[in-house]
Design a protein around this ligand. Structure first.
Ligand SMILES: Cc1cc2nc3c(=O)[nH]c(=O)nc-3n(C[C@H](O)[C@H](O)[C@H](O)COP(=O)(O)OP(=O)(O)OC[C@H]3O[C@@H](n4cnc5c(N)ncnc54)[C@H](O)[C@@H]3O)c2cc1C
Length: 372
């Protein structure tokens, strides 16, 4: 491999979106991915929901990039025939306490600029989703679902057609700064090359990649924890037509076990929240009762026996108290100009992927002649 302008580490949906976006402007881009295919980690283990941007603190990157990302994603789906459905979403409050929290989320959603968000009382909820159990709900018609695999396939094709080189089976294990860029090394391969700009989009392992570049991730606040979310599928006809969520806890650890559908209409519940030390994707059958109880709180007429263990995904959660934002930053302040870190890209990372890519391009352009 010759020396290159830009190296992207990680071919999940975010790395792919960045590759496709940057390929419009740059010729020599390399993507290094440790698996033998793109999108094998978190990007293929999620709810596939296009979020509308209600939950995230106003002014945060999560809020801005989610709202912009959803708009870009719907346009992209139309343009490239990616299967999607704008199903709409209800966040259901089941008691007065939750209703008060819901009012706060409503204010936040409006502040964030969420389109067509409506606060509904119980009779209006019953009219649009008779099997939802709610004293009040937030209705967001702009939320939807997407076939994330088709999205990734399309981004991959766009990037490769524009000349991006993908190197699969390439696990980065060495990064060192030199005057003209970064020397990058790959496990079980003696070959090293220099890249002027490096984009760390390694998902669950992005804190490790930052460490390789010499960053103390604990003092930087980049240390990640693995927060597993399991799903159960529902082996009977769905009693609902749209996405139905509970009111999340204020710290937004997860959005609560919710009901999502895939594009064939198959109903699924999840993800729950479980901190683990080592990534594993097994779903514990013993959680059937807990999932049933959580789902039964917001949806009427469910059959417990129809809850079948499905799949799990792992959120790259930044450790520490409070709600965490996406970290997307060029590390010039640490003496690592041109090293762009993306840390803690949990939900709504799929929704935001195209907007994240545009944001990263604005940062990357500064290192070439295109920057302002
Ligand atoms: C349970 C769950 C539900 C979610 N639901 C939603 C949702 O409904 N809507 C939404 O918008 N978002 C959702 N998300 C979030 C979304 O899935 C992620 O934000 C998104 O997939 C992150 O993509 P990524 O490319 O950053 O990471 P990943 O998909 O994890 O990709 C990172 C890539 O880096 C590679 N890599 C790692 N280390 C190295 C290395 N050393 N060398 C080379 N390659 C390396 C990995 O192999 C991987 O392919 C959910 C997440 C979870 C866990």
């Amino acid at each position: 491999m010759e020396d290159v302008s830009i190296t992207i580490i990680g071919a999940g949906v975010v790395g792919l979106a960045i590759a496709a976006q940057l390929s419009e402007q740059y010729d020599d881009i390399v993507v290094l991915e440790k698996h033998d295919k793109f999108g094998q980690d978190t990007s293929s283990r999620n709810s596939e929901v296009i979020h509308s941007g209600i939950y995230y603190p106003h002014g945060s990157l999560k809020a801005k990039l989610c709202i912009k990302g959803a708009e870009l994603l719907y346009e992209y789906c139309e343009k490239y025939s990616i299967p999607y459905s704008r199903l709409g979403k209800l966040i259901a409050a089941t008691n007065d306490d939750e209703k008060r929290h819901l009012q706060e989320f409503y204010k936040r959603g409006i502040q964030n600029g969420v389109k067509d968000l409506t606060f509904m009382e119980d009779h209006d909820v019953a009219r649009i989703e008779p099997n939802v159990n709610a004293v009040a709900a937030l209705y967001s018609p702009n939320a939807g679902i997407i076939d994330s695999h088709s999205l990734m396939e399309s981004l991959y094709e766009t990037a490769t057609a524009a000349g991006v080189l993908f190197s699969f089976g390439s696990e980065v294990n060495c990064i060192s700064k030199k005057e003209n860029g970064y020397v990058i090394g790959i496990i079980n391969d003696d070959y090293k090359f220099i890249s002027k700009v490096v984009i760390n989009s390694a998902g669950l392992y992005s804190d490790y990649i930052a460490t390789l570049a010499g960053i103390d991730v604990d003092s930087a606040g980049y240390r990640l924890g693995y927060c597993k979310g399991s799903y159960f599928s529902y082996a009977q006809k769905s009693p609902i037509k749209m996405l139905v969520y509970p009111v999340p806890h204020k710290d937004l650890m997860g959005l609560g076990v919710h009901a999502t559908m895939d594009l064939s209409g198959r109903l699924r519940f999840g993800p729950d929240v479980e901190y683990i030390d080592t990534p594993d994707y097994k779903v514990d059958i013993n959680k059937q009762n807990i999932f049933y109880e959580s789902a039964n709180k917001i949806i009427k007429g469910l059959d417990k026996e129809a809850f079948i263990p499905d799949m799990a995904g792992i959120r790259p959660k930044i450790k520490g108290e409070g709600i965490k934002d996406f970290i997307i930053v060029d590390e010039a302040d640490r003496g690592l100009e041109g090293f762009i870190n993306l840390i803690g890209i949990e939900s709504p990372g799929l929704t935001a992927s195209l907007a994240i890519a545009m944001h990263v391009r604005e940062i990357a352009d500064k290192f070439f002649d295109y920057g302002g």
